[in-house]
Structure formats: structure tokens, C-alpha cells
Design a protein around this ligand. Structure first.
Ligand code: PMP
Length: 367
């Protein structure tokens, strides 16, 4: 048996572990910010139809530029994001993780750096490492909002090539306001200029409008989105970005040819036809998310205000022990390593009730 460390690995990968939440078989899984609602039957039937059509052409490579899909995504963004975009402004890949990887391959890489404000989505740092991009952890306040003055200072000092702003932020649920993004953008332009990537994976769940309108006149700004959360299609693997057409042209320099399969494109197009139904589920999840916040607070938990489909709560003396105690009651939540805090994804009303009962019991035992 060869051990991984016996291989001639790149130095920065030595001793590291792959990203991944535990995939445990428990009754209630609220740990990976998935949408709990399966796709409606009418959409499943439409996917079957669209995929059958695509299958008749599987001897051919897919549309390399995914024009029909990008046009449909642009129409969706224009309708819901408060800003008109066209196919030329949109790029799609296998999950927004791949979108982020392509952005870092294009604008980061060896000798370059990326910055994010932690705690945030840990893949920003991991994809940076995977693409040979140096990682700089910028600050957040104790309430998990971005301290703009400190962030602007950090950008001026370190002059990163890519700045990540996650809004709503994973794992805290914190939304970032437009004014903050503008100050970070201006600081990043003054320092380098560099690319600013707004990760709006949870944008549809926010109480606030999308940051998409900030793209106007800002060619170094990118907004990244996904169909994994709001569209309830994590298994599909479809992420996308909106930006200046030059950015879309630039990522073509690193994308693999035919990276988006015909089956993926057909499935995503079918899902977009059912946007209104799927956004109806988002409304249900938003109200369940708000209920989780209210009920956890009523129990005496400290809860971070959330604009996402998940809620960060605590404060536990030993967050990992609390995670285990909740798991022992059949509910899997996430320990992201934020001291004293755990994160729960909003599930169905029944799943959320089971979660709330579990936390209530754990709190009672530890009183
Ligand atoms: N960005 C954020 C902030 C996320 O939380 C996630 C998924 N957990 C992603 C991007 C990636 O999602 P996907 O690759 O499924 O689009």
C-alpha cells in the first residue's frame, strides 16, 4: 500500500485533508445547506424529456459555449436580480466551485494572492491553494460583519489579485451591503487593480436585493451564483457567474473544452423552465429560516442574523460536544470550526421541529 505522502505531491498539498462534510446516514440531515424539497414531478418529467432529446445527440460534443443555457440564465438574472444581463455577461460551469476555480486559474495562480474575510466559505481558501494562489485571511468583527475600514486597510497592505466577498456569507448567514462592496472594490482597484468576486450562492434567500446591479461600469467585479441551493439542484452541479463580457472571454482561456455536458445543459434548462415553482419553495424556506432564528433565540441561544438558508447558533462551551449531542438525537448539523458555534440548514417544517427539539433537550441537559 502506497501512502499519499509517499507520492511526489506538490508541497502545498502535503499533510492536507480533502474538503467534505460527513455524509452520515441519520434521519435528519441539515448539514450541507441543501434544499430539502425534491424537484416537483412535473419538472422531473420535463428533465426526462429534455435529457432524452440530448441523448439522441450524445455522439456529438455538447455546445462548448452553452449559449442556450447562458441565455436562459441571463434572462433569470435580469428578471430577479434588478439588473439587465445578456448571454455575453454570463458563464456557466459544473457548480459554482468550478466557476470559482476557473476565476482563480484566470486571475490568481502562482505568484498571486487571493483574500477573503473569515470565517467564510472555506473553499475560497482551498481552491486558491489548489490553483497555486496564495491565501490571505482578512478580518471580520465579533458579530461576523465585515469591518470595512480594517478590510480596506488589509487590501491596501497586501494588494491581493482576487478579493472574495461572500454574501450572504457561509457559515454565518451575514449579508454584505452594497456600500461595503463598493468600498472594497474601490480599495482593490486602488491597490492593484484586482478582481472582486461576490459569491452569491445563497442570494435568493436574502432579505436584501442581489448585488448584481453593482456590475454596471465595474469590469473587475464578478457575481457568482449556483443552482445548488435556490433551485434545489445540488446534484445537478450547475454554477454560473455574471460579469463584464471581457471576464467571460477571459475564463474561456482556462476552461476545459466541452466542460458542461449536454445532459447537464439539458437538465439545467428544464429546471429554469420551472423557476417560479422552485422560487416558491425558497419562500417557504425563508420563513422556516426566520422561524429557526426566532425559536433558537427564545431558547436562549445566541443566533447570528441570517440571510441564507441556514442559521449559525451557539454559544456552546464545547461546540463539537454539542454537535455530537444533537447528532445522538438523530439530527446532523455542521461544525464549521467557528468557536462556540454550529450551523443548521433550514429543512422542512418537520425536520426543523426535530432539530429544535434536539437542541432544546441538549440545552436542558447542560443547564
Ligand atoms: N459558494 C458558497 C458560499 C457555498 O456555500 C457553496 C456550497 N456549499 C458554493 C459556493 C458551491 O456550491 P456549488 O459548487 O454546489 O455551486
Amino acid at each position: 500500500m502506497t501512502r499519499i505522502d509517499e507520492l511526489p505531491l506538490r508541497d502545498e498539498l502535503r499533510g492536507k485533508s480533502p474538503y467534505g462534510a460527513p455524509q452520515l446516514d441519520v434521519p435528519v440531515r441539515l448539514n450541507t445547506n441543501e434544499n430539502p424539497y425534491p424537484l416537483p414531478e412535473a419538472l422531473v418529467a420535463r428533465i426526462a424529456e429534455r435529457v432524452a432529446e440530448a441523448a439522441r445527440d450524445l455522439n456529438r460534443y455538447p455546445d462548448r459555449d452553452a449559449v442556450e443555457l447562458r441565455t436562459a440564465l441571463a434572462a433569470y438574472l435580469s428578471r430577479t436580480g434588478g439588473h439587465e444581463v445578456a448571454c455575453a455577461n454570463v458563464w456557466a460551469a459544473n457548480g459554482s466551485n468550478e466557476v470559482l476555480q476557473q476565476l482563480l486559474q484566470t486571475f490568481g495562480g502562482p505568484g498571486r494572492t487571493a483574500m477573503g474575510f473569515e470565517p467564510s466559505y472555506s473553499m475560497h481558501a482551498l481552491i486558491s491553494r489548489g490553483t497555486g494562489t496564495g491565501w490571505l485571511a482578512g478580518p471580520r468583527r465579533d458579530d461576523f460583519t465585515i469591518d470595512v475600514d480594517a478590510a480596506v486597510e488589509a487590501i491596501a497592505e497586501h494588494r491581493p489579485d482576487v478579493v472574495f466577498v461572500c454574501s450572504p456569507n457561509n457559515p454565518t448567514g451575514t449579508a454584505v451591503d452594497a456600500e461595503t462592496v463598493l468600498r472594497l472594490y474601490d480599495a482593490a482597484q486602488a491597490a492593484k487593480p484586482s478582481m472582486v468576486v461576490v459569491d452569491e450562492a445563497y442570494g435568493e434567500f436574502s432579505h436584501h436585493p442581489s448585488l448584481l446591479p453593482l456590475l454596471a461600469g465595474r469590469p473587475h467585479l464578478v457575481v457568482s451564483r449556483t443552482m445548488s441551493k435556490a433551485f434545489g439542484a445540488a446534484g445537478l452541479r450547475l454554477g454560473y457567474l455574471a460579469a463584464d463580457p471581457a471576464v467571460v472571454d477571459a475564463v474561456q482561456l482556462v476552461r476545459l473544452p466541452y466542460h458542461l455536458s449536454s445532459v447537464t445543459q439539458a437538465t439545467a434548462l428544464a429546471a429554469l423552465e420551472h423557476t417560479d415553482t422552485l422560487l416558491g419553495y425558497v419562500e417557504r424556506l425563508k420563513s422556516e429560516r426566520d422561524r429557526l432564528v426566532t425559536e433558537l433565540r427564545a431558547m436562549g441561544c445566541e443566533v447570528t442574523a441570517s440571510d441564507a438558508n441556514f442559521v449559525q447558533f451557539g454559544v456552546f462551551e464545547d461546540a463539537h460536544a454539542a454537535w455530537q449531542a444533537i447528532l445522538d438525537r438523530g439530527v446532523l448539523v455542521r461544525d464549521n470550526g467557528v468557536p462556540g458555534r454550529l450551523r443548521v440548514t433550514a429543512g422542512t417544517p418537520e425536520e426543523n421541529d426535530a432539530f429544535l427539539d434536539a437542541v432544546r433537550a441538549v440545552m436542558k441537559e447542560n443547564r
